[in-house]
Design a protein around this ligand. Structure first.
Ligand code: SAM
Length: 341
């Protein structure tokens, strides 16, 4: 129960994220043929309100753009990319990328979440012929982590699903798995390849200390072999005003607290988080700005016709309390390829 295990309410947020994605897919806002395999009884799930669906569309669009850019920059630099999704939950980005035009631009896609979540996800993936086939069949091994026992994750040549608590000291927990060298292969994560780490709606659930330590670990690892590191973070921010407080209270009512969200009242504070831990540069935009500036006009028109939306003012308020921020660490001065990100 939640009182016995305070992390249960944090893990439950994955279900919310998956249902929101499913709803946006079923209504036609976004395309994702895989999410239905990860949500039990997908066809029976109720749709989310239009406002949530539009938010899911903008969030997904913004992160997709940054991931695509990362893969194209890697290509321009002559290297293959790696992607690490921390707190990946039921995300389907690996399968969407693997069936898209940029599939040859990345060599590793690593997902990390609590053991309970990765165990469930590993099971759903194994049950889906479609998802399994994209892992490269025979290479799939069920016993990712010897210590954690069997069936808690997945490993293929490209896709890895790793159980770990992101708050644990990286050098002992996640970091030791990512740097471990197996048989005649290199480490799971290579320090010399351009690596993009993604925290989609995850860092708010961790303390600032824990997330800083984790970000510093990734920078340290990249710097150990002249690597380039990018980081995309999506989260609520600006929670100090009355609307923000209401959002926080809604979560508290479900036992979810946001220790990592408090210090970020502004976009500048989100950028400063990157430079404080050693990134070379950072940028941040609200979902409201992303919708206005980074969604093409025909797409905006299409979205506006999907459902009738009464609460346009409320939509802007909601979108103003979510941000996508991104940071860049350049180890060996290859600024020409990466500098504009
Ligand atoms: N990133 C996914 C998405 O956007 O669809 C899931 C987001 S969900 C709101 C938050 C996820 O972060 C959950 O799956 C949760 O289990 C995971 N998470 C939160 N804190 C974590 C921690 N300390 N260690 C591992 N996973 C964590």
């Amino acid at each position: 129960s939640r009182t016995l295990d305070p992390d249960a309410s944090i893990r439950a947020t994955d279900n919310d994220a998956a249902l929101a994605r499913l709803s946006a897919v079923q209504k036609g806002y976004i395309e994702d043929p895989f999410v239905k395999h990860l949500v039990p009884r997908a066809h029976l799930q109720p749709a989310r309100p239009p406002l949530i669906n539009i938010g899911t569309f903008v969030r997904s669009h913004g992160i997709d753009l940054l991931v695509e850019e990362w893969l194209l920059m890697a290509k321009a630099s002559g290297k293959k990319a790696q992607i690490v999704s921390l707190g990946a939950g039921s995300d389907t980005r690996f399968w969407r990328l693997e069936t898209g035009t940029l599939k040859d631009e990345f060599v590793k896609y690593i997902e990390v979440d609590f053991t309970e979540i990765t165990t469930k996800k590993a099971m759903s993936i194994r049950k889906s012929k479609e998802m399994n086939a994209l892992l490269g069949g025979a290479q799939v091994s069920l016993n990712y982590c010897v210590l954690a026992g069997g069936g808690t994750g997945l490993r293929s040549s490209k896709y890895h699903l790793i159980p770990a608590d992101l708050r644990a000291p990286p050098s002992q927990a996640l970091g030791s798995t990512l740097t471990s060298i197996e048989a005649d292969e290199g480490p799971v994560l290579s320090p010399s390849l351009p690596t993009l780490i993604i925290f989609e709606c995850v860092l708010a659930y961790m303390s600032m200390e824990a997330s800083s330590t984790l970000l510093e670990w990734f920078i340290g690892y990249a710097s150990s072999d002249a690597g380039v590191l990018g980081c995309v973070i999506y989260e609520m921010f600006n929670l100090q005003d009355s609307f923000g407080k209401m959002m926080v209270n809604n979560l508290k009512a479900r036992s979810v607290t946001l220790p990592g969200a408090e210090p970020f009242p502004t976009l500048d504070s989100l950028v400063k988080r990157f430079t404080d831990v050693g990134f070379s540069a950072g940028r941040a935009l609200t979902l409201k700005e992303i919708k206005r500036t980074y969604v093409d006009q025909p797409e905006l028109e299409r979205i506006s016709k999907v459902e009738f939306l009464d609460e346009t003012e409320e939509l802007d308020l909601v979108l103003d309390h979510y941000a996508i921020s991104w940071g860049l660490y350049i180890g060996n001065g290859s600024a020409s390829t990466w500098g504009h990100w």
